[in-house]
Design a protein around this ligand. Structure first.
Ligand code: 13P
Length: 287
């Protein structure tokens, strides 16, 4: 059964580790992530962007697929199904469809409007036992058409959004989605520290997990990050493994054209990436 992400993230924050949010794109992605979480006895959050939700045939399709896998693959670790960077309307669609967690990305609204919409959505989510993440300070890079500049959030704004009752908070600290450019200056630990001082026990979320060096990830966890989002890295490993399959002409050997064979190396590659991240984040054995 799907669970909200609140309890797993409160535990992670108190235990000084982080739970990975891995974005899903299809059945293979979802199954690879869930099986890895079960094998490693780790809690996990499945992230669904609006674009990926549409691609998979709609939010209800996603809920049906995930619930089916939980039951039939005997997944017993805590799993949350989370809308990633949701707009106001899509937060309601996901509440309706049966997601167990949502993110309202109001970072592009003026702070007053972000506050008003977040307040309303906190109530709507909590009425259904669903957890809610908010964002302060746009996170850089481009993700599914959502483009952010890569700011550092204002710690006082973080405090005012945290006080609205959100369950966890994403704050820009110089992180960006996708690959990091050569001249990236790294995470601003000063900003993260200031945010944590004001927000206390609230689990903080680090977006743009792909390509952040391991030592920075570990330091961010010591400063209150309890949820780390990873998307691009699974895409890169899936695609590299699939490319290799074709480069080695495996599709032309025997029944190598069978889509289940074609997608198998990519599936294994996602599993390996998820395992590596869960080990780095410290969530192994924490289910
Ligand atoms: P990456 O694609 O950089 O891993 O970012 C994922 C993310 O933050 C999803 O919200």
């Amino acid at each position: 059964m799907l669970v909200s992400a609140t309890e797993m993230l409160n535990k992670a924050k108190a235990g000084h580790y982080a739970v990975g949010q891995f974005n899903i794109n299809n059945l293979e992605w979802t199954k690879a992530i869930l099986l890895t979480a079960q094998e490693l006895n780790s809690p996990v959050i499945l992230g669904v962007s609006e674009g990926a939700g549409k691609y998979m045939g709609g939010y209800k399709t996603v809920v049906g697929m995930v619930n089916g896998l939980l039951e039939e693959q005997k997944i017993t670790v805590p799993v949350a199904l989370h809308l990633d960077h949701g707009s106001y309307d899509h937060c309601y669609k996901c509440l309706e469809a049966g997601f167990s967690s949502i993110m309202f990305d109001g970072s592009h609204y003026p702070i007053d409007e972000n506050v008003a919409k977040t307040t309303e959505l906190v109530k709507a989510a909590h009425d259904k036992g669903v957890s809610i993440e908010a964002e302060v300070g746009a996170i850089g890079g481009e993700e599914d058409g959502v483009i952010g500049k890569g700011e550092c959030a204002d710690p006082n704004e973080c405090k005012s959004i945290a006080d609205l009752g959100v369950d966890f908070l994403a704050a820009g600290i110089g992180n960006i989605h996708g690959k990091y450019p050569e001249n990236w200056e790294g995470l601003s630990f000063e900003t993260l520290d200031a945010i944590q001082q004001l927000t206390g026990d609230l689990p903080l979320v680090l977006h743009g997990g792909t390509g952040i060096p391991a030592d920075m990830i570990k330091k961010a966890i010591t400063l209150g990050v309890a949820k780390i989002n990873v998307n691009t890295e699974c895409q890169l490993s899936f695609t590299a493994a699939t490319r290799k399959y074709f480069e080695e002409n495996k599709d032309q050997q025997g029944k190598g054209y069978d889509p289940r064979k074609v997608l198998a190396p990519g599936f294994e590659a996602i599993k390996a990436t998820v395992k590596e991240k869960m080990e780095l984040f410290g969530s192994v054995g924490k289910a």
